[in-house]
Structures are given as C-alpha cells and as structure tokens.
Ligand binder design. Structure first.
Ligand SMILES: Nc1nc2c(ncn2[C@@H]2O[C@H](COP(=O)(O)OP(=O)(O)OP(=O)(O)O)[C@@H](O)[C@H]2O)c(=O)[nH]1
Ligand SMILES: [Mg+2]
Length: 303
C-alpha cells in the first residue's frame, strides 16, 4: 500500500543577495524576477548605489532578493560606500548569486569578487547573464571555465533582459530557501518608500541623458512628495545635486532644454510607477565634491 501524504509543504523563506561587477545586469534581473521595476538601470556602470530589496511571494514561499551596487576597485568616498554596501549584503543570507556578463572575460585569479565568494560561508551560485548576446555553442566552454575557478552550487544561464532562464532560477532559489515565515505581506514588492524610488527614477533619467563624469556625481533627493488623492495627483519636488558649476550648466542645458527632457522622461516613468498623475518640479544644486565628503554624502542619503 502506498501512503500519500496530504501534509502541506512547510512555508519557505530567506534572503538571496545578487552581487557582481558593475553593469552586468543585476538590477535588470531583480526587476525581471519581480515582474515590475523597482531598481533603476542604465547602460552605464555604477548605477545602483544602495541595497535594493525585492520581495517575491508565492503561496508556498517568499524570497527576499537584495540587489547591490557593482563591486569594483574603489578607493574612497561614494565608491567605497557602494562596495561596502554590496559586501555587507552577503552577510547572514541564505544564498548568494554572482552575476556575470557572459560576454565578458572570466574572473582574473586575483579578482576581488572571487576572493569575496571564497570567503563566504553561504551557498554561492553563478548567473551567466546576457546569453542573448553569445553564440549558443560557446555556452558549455564558458560554464566549464567558470566552474574551474570556483565550486558553484548551481550555474544558471539567463537573459535578464529577455527573461530566458529566469523562471528556472527563481524556482531553484525558492526550493533552496529554509523553512521560515512570510516576512512581508504578499502584495509588497519592496520595503523602499515611494519617495526614495521616485528620486531614483529621476536619477536614472539623468544617468541615461548625461555622459562622461557627470552621471557619477549626481544625487537626487525628494524634498516634497505630496499625495492629493482627490485630484489623482502626486506633487514631487526633487533636487538634482551635482559636483560642479559646469555640471549644473550641462544638466540645465541650453535654454533649459536638458532639464526639461529629464523632467519629461521622469514624469512619464513616475506616472506609470505611481499610477497617478505626477506634477514634477526639478531643481539643480551644486554641492562641491559631495562624493568625497562623508557629511555631504549623508545629506544625500548615503549613510
Ligand atoms: N543584452 C542584454 N543586456 C542586458 C541584460 N541584462 C542587462 N542588460 C543591460 O545591461 C546594462 C546594465 O544593466 P543593469 O541592470 O543596470 O546592471 P547592474 O549590474 O545593475 O549595474 P550597476 O548597478 O551599475 O552595478 C543595461 O543597459 C541593461 O539593459 C541581458 O540579459 N541582455
Ligand atoms: Mg544596478
């Protein structure tokens, strides 16, 4: 006689940290997993500056993904803060996903990322991202090359942009989580305040429209975030902080063209995200060399 257990499986939950070099697609992957945009992305490295929590809930599990800034050789100031955020997010979690660009070279033997994962006591899996850009026949040798460097728990070839391989990755992460409670309500996708995400979306538009050193010296703070439900409207006043007068001139642009374009991009995205009309007012302020001052960094929310 066979016994079929009708005992429901216990609920599973835990934290999974996504780390990797800048620009490999960590935030794109987080958004893809969640099915909506929570983390800003751009084609420029060093877009993400904080840990971004993404909550994925199913009837039988809740996985808490942490998107992190790209790990790179950072000397001090904002860059050091970012790398410390990423490294710190690997502590006490239930799994770590190392994301790499399948188009890029494998880790050099002294790569700080390789050193970091060797020091972790958590299970580490590899996510080979951007496979939409490589030839299928190169995949196996790539997997072999990465496996030679580290004993990964699992290896997932994915395209965060197109979605290939992501459902499988998610399923494996859900199953790898220990038994645990549901930490957050099922309709919650992040713990970040809307005000923070709104400021981030403005920063994304600045990053996408500017170049050279400008995107790296921009911070955005939201001074006013006022909901007017009776008018189906949110009023947002945000300040774009830059490091130099010359940067301010570029962000404002000829006859205010650039700042208007940034405002339009941001408003469109914010209206989609907030589901209301948005009245957005942008200010530009010079905070000389703020990325090198702990005090000014704190004022921008990096503490
Ligand atoms: N072709 C392709 N492009 C991708 C894929 N995933 C991400 N990208 C692109 O890679 C660039 C960087 O993506 P992000 O998600 O911002 O990368 P990130 O790792 O979060 O970068 P940082 O926050 O700067 O560390 C963007 O232009 C993405 O559109 C992918 O699977 N395929
Ligand atoms: Mg990112």
């Amino acid at each position: 006689m066979s016994v079929i257990s009708d005992q429901p499986e216990r609920f599973r939950s835990g934290f999974v940290t996504i780390i990797g070099r800048p620009n490999v697609g960590k935030s794109t992957l987080l958004n893809r997993i969640l099915g909506q945009k929570v983390a800003i992305t751009s084609s420029k490295p060093q877009t993400t500056r904080n840990r971004i929590l993404g909550i994925h809930t199913r009837p039988e599990s809740q996985v808490l993904f942490l998107d992190t800034p790209g790990i790179h050789d950072a000397k001090g100031g904002l860059n050091r803060y970012m790398v410390d955020q990423a490294i710190g997010a690997c502590n006490g979690v239930d799994g770590v996903l190392v994301l790499v660009d399948a188009n890029g070279p494998v880790f050099s033997p002294d790569d700080p990322l390789l050193r970091l994962i060797r020091s972790l006591r958590t299970s580490v899996s590899l996510v080979l991202n951007k496979i939409d850009l490589i030839k299928k026949e190169n995949l196996l040798s790539l997997i072999q090359a990465y496996s030679d460097q580290f004993d990964y728990e699992q290896i997932f070839p994915v395209s965060a942009l197109k979605g290939d391989g992501v459902p499988d990755l998610l399923k494996e992460m859900e199953q790898a989580m220990p038994e645990g409670p549901q930490y957050y309500p099922e309709d919650m996708v992040t713990d970040l305040p809307e005000r923070f995400i709104a400021a981030e979306m403005v920063r994304e538009k600045v990053m996408r429209r500017t170049r050279d050193e400008i995107p790296y010296g921009v911070a955005v703070t939201a001074e006013k975030f006022e909901e007017k439900p009776e008018k189906n409207l949110i009023v947002l006043h945000a300040t774009i902080h830059v490091e130099r007068d010359s940067h301010k001139r570029i962000i404002v642009g000829k006859q205010g063209q650039m700042i208007r374009a940034i405002g339009q991009d941001a408003r469109r995205e914010l209206e989609r995200f907030l589901g209301t009309r948005v009245f957005l007012e942008l200010f530009v302020k010079v905070q000389k060399d703020w990325t090198r001052s702990t005090r000014l960094m704190r004022e921008m929310g990096y503490e």
